[in-house]
Design a protein around this ligand. Structure first.
Ligand SMILES: [Fe+2]
Ligand SMILES: [Fe+2]
Length: 284
């Protein structure tokens, strides 16, 4: 019997016919059927898709126990206000990194190197007034017996995926290695299931840290973004090779992973590769 259900609520694409809406960003609903806990991981970029999709699926926002924000980028945090409004003021714990309210910038290559503010689009005060109770962390945090928020992910096993990310330091812009990027680690009977937002911490770091932090011995699956759109070709190949060797049973690399890597992963992993997109659901 399944003890866990993961459903992608917001993603860049809707690859299969669905009544759900897609928008740039990511959000997934994680239901721990054993403990009865429901976790909203990320919120998409505007709240339009999240609100529509929760309603279309008949999910009562007020029954969500925790919101977990993978990192501060707007395409993961921008739906938070709409989600809080859907709860009608009922308080909810929002787990996020300590840097959640720090500004974040990026030079978007595809937009001619334009500098854009890509951080959380709300103030702490306006979110708290709507019921957000922030639990800001750096260390791992266990939400249920089998589900842990990674906290800061050590960068011991591979490079980060943070091309073009900038933060403010002493009044100037410096490269940001996205220390705030966190993953959700789920211990299943078949191994580790990692859920990522953009995967800025780097896929080897996310997976290997998850394996060392939990009691799992192998990678069962990974769902979420890997931030490889526009990455150097050698890095794309290294990621495909690494994940191929891990032999996961389920890989839905989506959101900002990029079509080149998605195609290469599909070829390498065969039926273990899933299209992802809104409405993708798995149980384990
Ligand atoms: Fe993202
Ligand atoms: Fe991001």
């Amino acid at each position: 019997m399944a003890s866990l259900r993961v459903r992608i609520l917001v993603d860049n694409s809707a690859p299969l016919p669905t009544r759900l809406l897609a928008e740039y960003g990511f959000s997934a609903l994680v239901e721990d059927l054993e403990s009865g806990s429901t976790i909203l991981f990320d919120t998409g970029s505007t709240g339009v898709a999240l609100r529509h999709n929760l309603e279309a699926l008949g999910v009562d926002a007020s029954r969500v126990d925790y919101v977990v924000l993978s990192h501060r980028h707007y395409d993961h945090t921008g739906g938070l206000k709409a989600f809080l409004e859907m709860r009608g003021g009922k308080p909810v714990t929002v787990v996020a990194h300590e840097s959640l309210f720090k500004p974040s910038y990026a030079r978007i290559k595809a937009l001619g190197g334009t500098l854009r503010d890509i951080g959380l689009p709300f103030t702490r005060g306006e979110l708290e007034a709507l019921g957000a109770r922030f639990l800001l962390i750096r260390k791992p945090l266990k939400l249920t017996e089998n589900i842990t928020v990674s906290g800061e992910i050590p960068r011991e096993w591979g490079p980060t995926h943070a091309w073009g990310m900038l933060r403010l330091e002493d009044g100037g812009l410096v490269e940001d290695d996205m220390r705030d990027d966190m993953a959700l680690y789920i211990e299943t009977s078949e191994g580790l299931l990692a859920i990522t937002g953009c995967g800025h911490a780097g896929v080897e770091n996310i997976v290997e840290y998850g394996l060392s932090l939990t009691s799992t011995k192998s990678l069962h699956g990974l769902i979420g973004g890997l931030h490889l759109l526009g990455a150097p070709r050698e890095r794309m190949a290294a990621v495909v090779s690494y994940l191929g060797e891990k032999r996961p049973k389920l890989l839905a690399a989506t959101h900002c992973t990029g079509p080149l890597v998605q195609g290469a992963l599909a070829e390498r992993l065969g039926s273990a590769y899933k299209l992802g997109g809104v409405d993708f659901t798995c149980e384990c």
